[in-house]
Design a protein around this ligand. Structure first.
Ligand code: SF4
Ligand code: SF4
Length: 377
């Protein structure tokens, strides 16, 4: 049986909800080394809701200190390619201050560990994981309640992709080869060090084309659990989705990481689907489909990123981050716009995650088979 706590919260009073989380999942912390890992997708002010809100991190830190913890580190590996922006990202998100003096750049020291996915060590036989993650006695993960164009939702499983520092994240995206396989890779990265406890910032969530969408949604909750599969199953249900449809979750369940079924779930609080919650397009490989239907979707309906000319400033961030070199800046009358080569694009949506202007949307290829954002290519 997996317990999941759903507690009402605002950013003003979330300490109460976080205290309830620690009470529902009691664990020793005194004398132990603790790593707290928020979701720091990239630098963004808290109002953008792309990262764990500092009020939730502060509440977790205060609870840990009250429980007698002294050896606490707060860290994450934001972004896809570089190591240098860690401090700046935390600062912009308001998380340095909320870490109460315990922030550390965990991307600077990593340990190489063997890696295999679906039992296949050929994809990338070794990965470097932040040493602070591997060596912590207690790992506390703080996901953000968001949609994701590739995995439908970001939650407990997806937050652990950030245990990988630097360019490996982009490299793995590319080597995965297909969005379907990437769902499994995320779970296999998660398994390198399973967190012990999860506290989800579901106060202001994200719907639509996450994980960096402009469509925010008031949810008014903090969730907590010690099992990732049950927790992500609850997030899926709150989004109005059957968790059994999600490839990432069924793979995690098959790997023995937990059980999302109703029979295995004990909810403390009220679990209800959020009315009219807007999901991202469900054709990115995240949904389990009968194989011939999947093949048809792969050929005809899979969407590709497109830069909105109204929002794109031609900054080039997406071009620098694209693991497949599928993006280029093309001059326009007023500056430049990012353009996608649909044949090179592997559909990882990293550009959407990284774009500071939220200019990347998803668009269906043109009837000719070309990409609508690449001049019919
Ligand atoms: S990151 Fe965004 S704003 Fe910058 S070039 Fe790419 S699409 Fe345009
Ligand atoms: S264009 Fe965007 S979605 Fe396509 S491979 Fe590059 S980063 Fe990934």
């Amino acid at each position: 049986m997996h317990k999941v706590l759903i507690h009402p919260a605002t950013y003003q009073d979330c300490r109460q909800a976080v205290e309830a989380a620690f009470e529902a999942f009691p664990r020793p912390v005194r004398g132990l080394s603790i790593l707290v890992k928020p979701n720091v997708l990239r630098g963004g002010v808290p109002e953008e809701a792309i990262t764990t809100h500092p009020a939730v991190l502060r509440a977790v830190m205060e609870c840990l200190l009250d429980l007698g913890a002294t050896d606490i580190t707060v860290g994450d590996n934001p972004g896809l390619m570089g190591y240098g922006a860690n401090e700046a990202c935390f600062e912009k998100c308001g998380l340095t201050e909320a870490a109460l003096g315990h922030y550390k750049n965990i991307g600077l020291d990593a340990v190489e560990v063997p890696f295999s996915t679906l039992g296949d060590p050929g994809l990338m036989p070794n990965l470097s994981v932040s040493r602070a993650v591997l060596e912590a006695d207690v790992l506390i993960s703080l996901p953000k309640f968001k949609t994701h164009g590739l995995t439908v939702l970001t939650g407990a499983l997806k937050n652990s992709y950030g245990i990988l520092p630097g360019a490996q994240k982009a490299h793995l995206h590319k080597l995965s080869g297909s969005p379907q396989r990437f769902q499994e890779v995320i779970v296999d990265v998660f398994r390198l060090r399973e967190p012990d406890f999860f506290v989800v910032d579901a106060v202001v969530g994200m719907q639509g084309n996450g994980p960096a969408s402009t469509e925010l949604r008031w949810i008014g909750k903090v969730l907590a659990a010690d099992n990732p599969v049950a927790l992500d199953g609850v997030i899926a249900r709150m989004m109005g989705l059957d968790p059994a449809l999600l490839r990432m979750l069924t793979y995690a369940q098959d790997c023995g990481l937990g059980d999302f079924s109703d029979a295995a779930l004990k909810v403390q609080g009220q679990l209800t689907a959020i009315p009219d919650f807007k999901l991202p397009p469900l054709d990115g490989g995240a949904i389990q489909l009968f194989q011939p239907v999947q093949d048809l979707l792969d050929k005809s309906l899979v969407k590709r990123p497109k830069a909105d000319p109204e929002r794109c400033t031609g900054c080039g961030t997406c071009v620098a981050q694209c693991p497949a070199q599928a993006l280029a800046l093309v001059a326009t009358a007023t500056g430049a716009i990012a353009v996608v080569d649909a044949e090179l694009c592997i559909g990882c949506f990293c550009c959407q995650e990284m774009c500071p202007e939220k200019a990347i949307t998803l668009a269906a290829p043109s009837p000719s088979g070309g990409c609508p954002c690449s001049g019919g290519k």
